[in-house]
Design a protein around this ligand. Structure first.
Ligand code: CTP
Length: 406
């Protein structure tokens, strides 16, 4: 079997000297490393040392005809199993975030469909600058994975975030990523539906009723399912969290629209209802903006929205083999969620305490209890990403069990 192949982009920064150690480690771990250097990187380390450690030619110029003849830049980036940028300078990150391609490194990064990990390194103020923060957000949104940066003393004498993560840690993050990429995809061939985000229920053309759901848990679940090879239909209200990459995305506004989109997406192998659906909508929403009348406050009449989860659980032929609901509770979490599972007819319910002091709604962490026919199991507090990964595994196992019984 061919060893994993890493394309390592070294950009300009004092941390570039650490990329020599990174190459040495990666080679010891048995990986092939093809180095690419930006012009600025050459001011910090010599191409000769980089190529000596990598045991390969260093690619430097976009218009290097010899290397273009050997291997086009698109081929160069696609032949790798993973692209790693270490150190990633503020400049290269800005180029990546805006899609600039004016040198070999930025062109490779734009031309690739291979996963990309970056280890940023820059001065604290450059890291905290709103422009860099905007770029970070955009890059994360594009699915770029960040390794660090670490906090600490900088070569420039300042202290804070911006130090490049140590080569040992970068190497272990790369190892983990390559293992995950190479691992057997447990959900290959499965089609899974995920609802996510809040719904917006119109009052009139400019006003609506919403809730605080960020869509973070739904996006994390969809990403975890996709990472395991599932085909995901992601039906989402107007959410703050970035949409999952690689899903079929259906954007809706209201609960009624979400209901219709969900039923149109069936049949599926599993359906996960992570959306915070409004229970009511305004009866007869106004078609024109409601005008202020002196001394009068308008009154709104509500009507119940369809319960999407219950409607799918109650299906006969089209009922997915696994239907999973969420129970957002603020008190008696397990008791209420257990009753909710039976009332809504779903197979599993994932209960969480969303009281404001837990910080779950809109936060990054989650504490969940999974309730099934077999009872309730509480998971330790973990990131929404970790909850998603564990859930994806449990779903894969359950569906495998269903196949084995057939
Ligand atoms: N749900 C749904 N359609 C609705 C309301 C809720 O599909 N109209 C789904 C949610 O996506 C979630 C589950 O039902 O998976 C439970 O949502 P939750 O808001 O906790 O429950 P409610 O139905 O609002 O019940 P209660 O008001 O008793 O908390």
């Amino acid at each position: 079997m061919k060893p994993p192949h890493i394309l390592l982009v070294i950009s300009g920064g004092i941390a570039a000297y650490k990329s020599l150690e990174l190459i040495r480690r990666l080679r010891t771990m048995g990986y092939d490393v093809t180095p690419v250097m930006t012009k600025a990187a050459e001011e910090f380390v010599t191409p000769l040392s980089v190529s000596a450690l990598a045991g390969r030619k260093v690619y430097q110029d976009l218009f290097d005809l010899t290397s273009e003849a050997e291997m086009g830049h698109i081929e160069l980036s696609r032949s790798a199993d993973l692209l790693v940028v270490a150190p990633a300078s503020a400049d290269l990150m800005a180029k990546m975030a805006t899609g600039l391609a004016n040198d070999l490194a930025s062109t490779l990064l734009l031309a690739t469909d291979t996963p990309v990990m970056i280890a940023p390194a820059m001065n604290v103020r450059m890291w905290t600058h709103p422009a860099t923060q905007r770029n970070i957000k955009a890059l994360k949104n594009d699915g770029i994975e960040f390794i660090g940066p670490a906090h600490g003393d900088m070569a420039c004498g300042e202290h804070g975030p911006g130090r490049m993560t140590e080569p040992e840690e970068i190497a272990s993050a790369i190892e983990q990523k390559l293992t995950a990429l190479g691992a057997e995809k447990m959900l290959a061939g499965r089609h899974i539906l995920v609802t996510s985000g809040p719904t917006h229920e119109p009052i009139d053309p400019v006003r609506y009723i919403a809730n605080r759901s960020s869509g973070a848990q739904g996006s994390a679940i969809a990403n975890a399912l996709i990472a395991q090879g599932a085909e995901v239909t992601f039906i989402t209200g107007p959410a703050e969290a970035p949409a999952p990459i690689g899903a079929r995305i259906v954007e809706i506004q209201s609960a009624q629209e979400m209901h219709d989109a969900v039923h149109a997406a069936l049949p599926v192998d599993a359906a996960i209802f992570a959306a915070a659906v409004a229970d009511w909508r305004v009866k007869d929403a106004a078609s024109e903006k409601i005008k202020k009348q002196a001394g009068e406050s308008p009154s709104l009449t509500f009507t119940e929205n369809p319960d999407i989860l219950a409607s799918v659980s109650a299906l006969d032929e089209q009922r997915p083999p696994l239907v999973i609901g969420f129970a957002a509770e603020t008190e008696n979490v397990i008791e209420n969620a257990t009753a909710k599972r039976l009332r809504k007819g779903c197979d599993w319910i994932i209960a969480n305490d969303v009281s404001p002091d837990t910080g779950i709604m809109g936060g990054h962490k989650n504490t969940v209890t999974v309730i099934t026919d077999d009872g309730a199991v509480s998971w330790e507090k973990m990131s929404k990403k970790a909850v998603a990964a564990r859930l994806a595994q449990d779903i894969a196992q359950h569906l495998q069990g269903c196949d084995d019984r057939d």
